[in-house]
Write a protein that binds this ligand. Structure first.
Ligand code: NAD
Ligand code: DAU
Length: 376
């Protein structure tokens, strides 16, 4: 049997399309498929930002619906009124630290919200046990469902047993299991991807890389959890978007894929790289010192002077690593952005898009940062 199939989605519902990866995916998809119908459903939580996709909304290249994936009647009416044939499901509560502080929101959106979407799609797409031709549900998930690895353990494959450690990971594992059950029990034409850490434009500045950039520009401490020797596998967000597009276009229904960047690094190394990039940019452009006078680089010092080791995250997973063999061999997916070039693009994007990140740093963001790091 062939390991791939060819299909052409035309009418997409993208959940969480005002968030980091969802927003990048919306831009990616519309650029590649300008004639497709794209509807974005997003609740605009603290992590969602209309500005991320405003250029596409304002030019009517996409339709934006402000709403909740757990609202069954809204989801059903969108599936029907837009004759949706493809759902790409990004919407989630996504930050591990917040899941430790408030797990209930993660169960509601990640588990109950996913259940609501699956039930609505089944109702819209299945009649008398037969699924409508050409429909597809893609569930965007995480490598965190597999738990943590020791330094010499083999990387996660699609057959690695689930062992989620944080409330976030447990909620994503729950959502994966629901999708799997809908595939197995009802024959739903769905796929799942479990991806490693993304980075790039439109990343909310509570996550490691954008937080380090924004804090350094303000001359604030760069909080490194514990010894900073935890390992993550980093993937530039546009590469992740390409992988999802490939899965939508070519993956067989029912399949699961691990997606990674072949770029394992310890956190402290990533933070030092970001600091070096900022130091270099300030040395080359005198305007930056005017714009960000509190940054150490504005005073000829290194941003690395701000690195501060803080109390470790409770239950912190030590290492994640993805074995990308399946997606590489069956769908011919390889990341195209190297970590050095992707990090440089990311730092440059934040320097060029100050209005975007200032716009997302509202009162609730400031309160969270203050509670999290006792920073003002
Ligand atoms: P994000 O937090 O930046 O964005 C999430 C989006 O979902 C936001 O726009 C938010 O407003 C929206 N949302 C939240 N609750 C909602 C609800 N109830 N109804 C409708 N919309 C809602 O997250 P992200 O980093 O872009 O992650 C997107 C998906 O990818 C998530 O499912 C996450 O688990 C997964 N993932 C993320 C990474 C990563 O490194 N960021 C890696 C692998 C997988
Ligand atoms: O692995 C995929 C996952 O990657 C996604 O499923 C999550 O949605 C996404 O948030 C991300 O989870 P992490 O917990 O790995 O990402 P985060 O940016 O929060 O942290 C990355 C590493 O950096 C982690 O080891 C914790 C550490 N860290 C994080 C922050 C925010 C710090 O040392 N200091 C910090 O201030």
């Amino acid at each position: 049997m062939s390991e791939v199939e060819s299909r052409a989605p035309k009418r997409l519902l993208i959940t969480g399309g005002a968030g980091f990866i969802g927003g990048n995916f919306v831009h990616h998809w519309v650029a590649a498929h300008p004639n497709d119908r794209v509807v974005v459903l997003d609740a605009l939580t603290y992590a969602g930002n209309r500005a991320t996709i405003a250029s596409l909304i304002d030019t009517q290249q996409i339709e934006f619906v402000h709403g909740d994936i757990a609202d069954a009647s809204l989801v059903s009416s969108l599936l029907a009124s837009h004759a949706i044939d493809t759902v790409v499901h990004f919407a989630a509560e996504s930050h591990v630290d917040r899941s430790i502080a408030d797990p209930a929101a993660f169960i509601r959106t990640n588990v109950v919200g996913t259940l609501t979407l699956l039930s609505a799609c089944r109702q819209a797409w299945q009649q008398q046990g037969v699924w409508r031709e050409g429909v597809r549900f893609h569930h965007v998930s995480t490598d965190e469902v597999y738990g943590t690895l020791g330094p010499d353990d083999a990387a996660f494959t699609e057959r690695t047993p689930y062992a989620p450690n944080s409330p976030y990971a447990a909620s994503k594992a729950g959502s994966d299991h629901l999708v799997r059950a809908w595939i197995h029990t009802y024959g739903m034409p769905a796929t799942i991807s479990n991806c490693s850490n993304n980075y790039g434009p439109f990343h909310f500045p509570e996550k490691l890389i954008p937080l380090m950039i924004v804090n350094a520009l303000h001359g604030k401490p760069l909080p490194v959890y514990g010894d900073g020797l935890q390992v993550r596998d980093w993937l530039f967000v546009e590469d992740h978007c390409r992988a999802i597009a490939l899965m939508l276009e070519s993956a067989l229904a029912g399949e699961t894929y691990n997606v990674g960047g072949r770029a394992e690094h310890v956190n402290i190394e990533i933070v030092k790289w970001v600091c070096q990039l900022l130091d270099t940019r300030f040395a080359a452009d005198a305007d930056l010192a005017q714009r960000f006078p509190d940054c150490p680089a504005a005073m000829g010092s290194s941003c690395a002077s701000l690195i501060t080791h803080v109390t470790d995250r409770p239950g912190h997973d030590r290492r994640y690593a993805i074995d990308p063999t399946k997606i590489a061999t069956t769908l011919r997916f390889e990341p195209t952005e190297s970590l050095p070039s992707g990090l440089a693009r990311t730092v440059d994007w934040y320097l060029a898009n100050e209005a975007w990140w200032r716009g997302v740093m509202d009162g609730s963001y400031r309160q969270w940062m203050q509670d999290q790091y006792q920073m003002t």
